[in-house]
Design a protein around this ligand. Structure first.
Ligand SMILES: [Zn+2]
Length: 57
């Protein structure tokens, strides 16, 4: 089971690179169990989408 530090690191890495399948599975599993990291992941993907919209202009 990965801890919160590893999970948040993977979330931020996933902004820059494609995660491997085992990484994605472990991260998804952690996010299901942990509301803190789940919120962090939501915020990161929200920011990422906002940034992409800005870039489209
Ligand atoms: Zn966590």
């Amino acid at each position: 089971m990965m801890n919160c530090k590893q999970a948040t690191r993977l979330v931020s890495q996933s902004q820059d690179r494609e995660l491997s399948l085992p990484e994605r599975i472990r991260l998804r599993f952690h996010l299901l169990m942990c509301s803190g990291c789940s919120n962090y992941n939501k915020q990161m993907s929200f920011i990422r989408k906002a940034m992409q919209k800005l870039r489209e202009r």
